[in-house]
Design a protein around this ligand. Sequence first.
Ligand SMILES: C[S@@+](CC[C@H](N)C(=O)[O-])C[C@H]1O[C@@H](n2cnc3c(N)ncnc32)[C@H](O)[C@@H]1O
Length: 491
Amino acid sequence: MATTMLAFSPLSNSTFSTPFKTSKNPQNLTPFLALRRNPFSIRCFQSPETTIPTQVQTFWGWLSDRGIISAKTPLKPGIVSEGLGLLAQKNLAKNEVVLEMPKKFWISPETVSASEIGSVCNGLKPWVSVALFLMREKMLGDASSWKPYIDILPDCTNSTIYWSEEELSELQGSQLLNTTLGVKDLVANEFAKLEEEVIVPNRGLFPFDMTLNDFVWAFGILRSRAFTRLEGQSLVLIPLADLINHSPDITVQDYAYEIRGAGLFSRELLFSLKTPVPVKAGDQVLIQYDLNKSNAELALDYGFIESRSERNAYTLTLEIPESDPFFGDKLDIAESNGMGEVAYFDIVLDQPLPALMLPYLRLLALSGQDAFLLESIFRNSIWGHLELPISRANEELICQVIRNACTAALSGYTTTIEEDEKLLAQSDLNPRLKIAIGVRLGEKKVLQQIDGVFKEREMEMGGFEYYQERRLKDLGLAGAQGEKLPWIGEV
Ligand SMILES: C[S@@+](CC[C@H](N)C(=O)[O-])C[C@H]1O[C@@H](n2cnc3c(N)ncnc32)[C@H](O)[C@@H]1O
């Protein structure tokens, strides 16, 4: 195997966020996005205040005028430690419906198509068109019919896309840093295209100074609050419902929301939100955003992380190098088994390696005397063989490559696990710094775990049964201990 690549993986299978995929890892820290902010400062909603801000009151009045809420509505917005949130107005039972929002109050790509800018948004990616719509509505100010909603949206969250260069430097060496820079790059590219193809040629519709910062704001809003797993919808903002915060204590898999018909004789669609757990009057209604997201994904999408160990993950990217003399055969075998030239493996702290990782690695490492297994007569049975050790040379190479990659990745961080643990024990840590330390610590622990797994394999290698021994045994030509009988040649 000439090279085995370890890199970050673009992950985003969000619930309450976006269908964006990131691509490559920028190599440096230079932010192309100058967000003017003091290090570790956050404007986002801070500790609870008792009075409801005027914008929230106006928003509530706006919803009430449109008949969306009434005296019977079992929740209302309030200031909580996560910013704004939804507070129960009465005791709520598990699975009780707390909000129903008709489709005409959603902001989706359809809303954009039907709007004044619809004709110039044809062909835009759904998220780009909604981001452009949001930016424009914000700039329209009083002239926007969405103003009461736009006014309650935060200027930023603690998502890493909003971090300053100094804040990002705390993530040095981490996959999250690469992913964040990749996402920012992607957003900047989309904005440049949008500016050239839509904004500038249609100045009549966009008579404002629209900057990359504005687009990043809109992107962050979508990433943190658009619902993406709704039937028939790519992404959709649901005012009021998007004030729901996340609770790490809610671990039910079922989604707390759905789209359903408004009634037997109505063709209207409703977004319906339920509380997944019972809530006492006055307490916050919360949901689980996504049980499958890693801390890095939570940090990127929403700007928070959790302490549960399974949120710590590291994505190994493995690739069949084109320079491999057996590239074609290996690719064919990978593809016949549902994989490809590149494979991403999410390794989770305290959990076993993904089942397909060792077979894929053995395939990548196949060479020399083992290469006969790549011949077409083995095509139907090869994957079964790869599920078990092939040869000592093959297994040694895998261990060596992975352990070297772990050492290289670990050397990229500027702090050790012990230093991070000490830092995290401090009280009053800035939330962004806490996220940075938590994520880099988690990544390092996973890397250490991977290294440990392959170190153990190296030590156990002498006791493994390899392909040739299995084959001899199958043919009844090996002794009880797998030793080759003296008169046996190659099989
Ligand atoms: C869908 S919005 C929820 C409403 C939001 N709190 C607000 O003030 O507009 C998601 C954002 O809320 C905040 N949030 C939600 N749950 C949180 C949690 N458990 N811890 C910290 N922040 C949270 C994060 O800023 C996240 O990006």
